[in-house]
Design a protein around this ligand. Structure first.
Ligand code: PEP
Ligand code: MG
Length: 747
């Protein structure tokens, strides 16, 4: 086999492009491509395997293997050498394929006579499309140069596949971005929505993978990299950066200035790729490497490199954020991840949100919840699969997404949405009625909020007030610390919108998962149990004091309710309460109006507070159980960790007994008690809490209707007896007994 030169590669790419430019069927194109490659590489065999479905590869065209095996030979991802290339995204090069570990003999192909094997992935920015293979009789390993040449060819094939140049009429070929796809992720926010995809980061489409004039392309890539470097330098020059942000950006700049990176792209261009295709080839290689790296720090750095490639592509193509595409009607936002401020900017015009990453406690999830938009998280591959404008169904209840759904699926889904809408209407008719159970008990239903955007729900949902206003959202969505006057104006607007209904403002709960962009992140091994919430407030009282002042000014003489998060002991509560009292005195001394009345309460989120001295229960004006945190500490199960967060049932007898204890402690002192974690918004849980004596529940607004409807249907005394009985029989959870009993209750 002759040594390959750069101009051989260029010639091959040009011939490939010409083949594709002539009109023809997809299969004919694939056949001529395999012929061309085998001819140019001087091998007896060239084959193209493409994905038939997510884990099956199919031989779609071959030069050299038996023609009857085309569209017959299939293998699973990871199976045989071809499957290995597809799984790892890395080449396999061997002089003696039949002896290679994992080799699988496919008799129908007649490949046993070929000894050397070189397979490279056909992939596009991490999206695996297939495998390109050359084989020859002579036992020899392919040179670095040949591997490289074949990778360049595979890159062009990937771009062509992306552009749909083969799809449609090739039997067994996955027509990209055309077929229905169902993605199973996780629930970020319940609800169902039908709409069309709107990509947060528009996908860059490369239409010219092959270029004639390498010199022009090299000029283009150098100019683009130059522009990129300037923009990164500008970022670094920003005055507002702290030391850590600077460090991250320094690493970023190092990549942007990396000679190796530019050199590899220039080499690809010299072989015939366009500047854009060269960037994508590097990016694909980075992504393949990303999957292999177990070290979190290195993965982060590779993410940086991936991000730089995206910027470079946007510079080169002029596409990206501003592609000129119009947002479709009923947009469903699709993104790898998104920050709270960006999500808030889209606001309520979004019908749903689908994230490839994200987590239940992420800021984006909190904002999606506040906006009552269905959110699916961990939707693997959604960003690569979805195109702007694609029809999409978001099932936030199940954490499932249907992209380009079949009509039957869409119809069933619409029925579900219609049923939910009908139920909402039923609930709306209960709006003015109390949650009065058959036994005569009334439960107060309040809502949780955190944004101005939440407030209209106060009227719509029939909530009697805001049981938890999470003030940190206002801090999270800004890129610098808000000023006192700004906060006072916002809190005043919240109180105005509540029209006299009680709003429990919870002071800042930052730390743990809630990290402010402008505050130095603490490197803590266990942030949920670390320096967070009131602990930060007491150690650095400046922000706490400023927030209390803002609340007092916002109340402007109206009643005020303040609640402290994450109080673990009596002393913490007294210290925090003293701050409020001191600020009240200060404001009064300055001649400012003080609230007509003030309630200062504590969230019970750590088991320790349930055993605090009686003095705590005497002093606090109320206690609100923050079940999300309390449960994670009670069961030692991280609320952010998908593996464990649903492992222990809230209706587990041990947790209910613990709640009984808290209820009893508050009853002793007549301290008002409420529950404001997510569980208060789940019907069976809410019923069990109410039955045990929790008479105030605070939940997301959309849950108020369903919970009120259930509470009005049942007799809480009976429900309590069912729980007692289940506890007495030694059940682990009272849920089965409650569900059986509920099934016998009239609608
Ligand atoms: C809780 O912990 O239950 C709670 C309501 O607070 P957050 O979810 O904001 O931590
Ligand atoms: Mg909490």
């Amino acid at each position: 086999m002759p040594e390959r030169t750069e101009s051989d590669s260029r010639k091959l790419l040009r011939r490939l492009r010409d083949t594709l430019a002539t009109p023809g069927k997809g299969q004919d194109r694939l056949d001529s491509i395999t012929h061309l490659i085998a001819d140019s590489m001087g091998t007896e065999v060239c084959s193209i395997y493409l994905f038939r479905d997510a884990d099956t590869l199919e031989l779609c065209a071959t030069e050299g293997l038996k023609p009857e095996s085309v569209h017959q030979t299939r293998m699973k991802l990871g199976e045989g050498l071809v499957g290995r290339v597809a799984r790892t995204g890395l080449p396999v090069n061997t002089a003696n394929a039949p002896q290679e570990k994992g080799f699988r003999y496919m008799p129908e192909t007649g490949e046993e006579i070929y000894s050397s094997f070189l397979g490279v992935p056909i992939q596009r920015v991490g999206e695996k499309l297939g495998v390109l293979v050359v084989q020859s009789r002579t036992a020899r390993e392919f040179s670095e140069d040949e591997i490289y040449a074949l990778e360049v060819v595979a890159m062009v094939l990937a771009e062509m596949t992306e552009l749909g140049l083969f799809a449609g009429d090739v039997d067994g070929m996955r027509a990209l971005h055309k077929q229905p796809v169902m993605i199973r992720g996780g629930t970020g926010q319940e609800g169902a929505a039908e709409g069309r995809v709107w990509l947060h980061e528009a996908r860059v489409v490369v239409t010219n993978p092959v270029a004639d004039d390498p010199l022009t392309e090299i000029d283009r890539i150098r100019a683009a990299v130059g522009q990129l470097r300037v923009s990164v330098d500008d970022l670094l020059a920003a005055e507002s950066l702290d030391k850590d942000q600077k460090q991250v950006l320094e690493a970023y700049r190092m990549f942007a200035h990396s000679r190796g990176w530019l050199k590899r792209m220039e080499d690809d261009i010299a072989r015939g790729l366009s500047a854009e295709a060269a960037v994508e080839k590097e990016q694909s290689a980075t992504r393949a490497r990303l999957e292999q790296v177990p070290d979190a720090y290195l993965r982060e750095r590779l993410h940086d490199l991936d991000d730089l490639s995206n910027r470079l592509l946007r510079i080169l193509t002029g596409q990206g954020h501003d592609t000129g595409a119009e947002m479709p009607e009923n947009p469903v936002l699709v993104a790898r991840n998104i920050g709270p401020a960006e999500l808030l900017e889209y606001g309520r015009k979004l019908k749903g949100v689908v994230l490839e990453e994200g987590s239940v406690g992420s800021h984006a999830a909190i904002v999606a919840r506040a906006l009552a938009i269905p959110l699916v998280i961990h939707a693997g591959r959604i960003v690569t699969e979805a195109l702007n404008g694609d029809p999409i169904l978001v099932d936030g209840d199940q954490g499932i997404v249907h992209l380009r759904p079949e009509e039957t699926v869409a119809r069933a889904f619409r029925d579900k949405i219609a049923m939910q809408a009908a139920a909402q209407q039923r609930f709306a008719s209960l709006r003015g009625l109390p949650a009065l159970s058959k036994c005569g008990t009334v439960t107060n239903l309040l809502m949780n909020a955190g944004l101005m955007a939440d407030l209209p729900s106060l009227e719509g949902s029939g909530a009697e007030g805001v049981g938890l206003f999470r003030t940190e959202l206002q801090f999270l969505v800004r890129n610098k610390m808000p000023q006192r006057a700004e906060l006072a104006a916002l809190y005043a607007r919240v109180m105005d919108a509540a029209k006299g209904k009680r709003v429990a403002f919870r002071t800042l709960d930052i730390g743990s998962d809630k990290v402010l962009p402008y505050m130095k992140p603490q490197d803590e091994p266990n942030p949920a149990m670390g320096w967070r919430a009131i602990r930060v407030g007491l150690d650095k009282p400046g922000v706490l004091r400023m927030q209390i002042q803002a609340l007092i000014r916002a109340s402007n003489g109206r009643p005020l309710t303040v609640m402290f998060p994450f109080i673990s002991e009596h002393g913490e509560f007294t210290a925090a309460r003293d701050v409020v009292m001191a600020e009240l005195d200060r404001e009064a001394a300055m001649g400012h109006p003080v609230p007509a009345s003030i309630e200062v309460g504590a969230m019970l989120e750590t088991p320790s507070l349930a055993y605090a001295p009686r003095a705590f229960f005497d002093l606090t004006d109320f206690v609100s159980i923050g079940g999300n945190d309390l449960k994670q500490f009670f069961f030692a199960a991280d609320r952010e960790n998908e593996r464990v967060r649903r492992r222990y049932d809230t209706l587990n007898v041990s947790f209910l007994r613990f709640l009984d204890h808290i209820i009893a402690r508050c009853a002793e002192t007549g301290t008002p008690l409420s529950f404001c974690g997510e569980d208060a918004g789940r019907p069976v849980e809410a019923m069990a809490f109410a039955a045990r004596g929790l008479r105030t529940l605070s939940m997301r607004p959309a849950s108020i209707g369903p919970i009120k409807s259930l509470l009005r249907r049942v007799d809480l005394t009976q429900a309590n007896e069912v729980i007692d009985k289940a506890m007495a029989t030694g059940a682990e959870s009272v849920r089965p007994a409650l569900m059986d009993w509920l099934a016998t209750q009239p609608e």
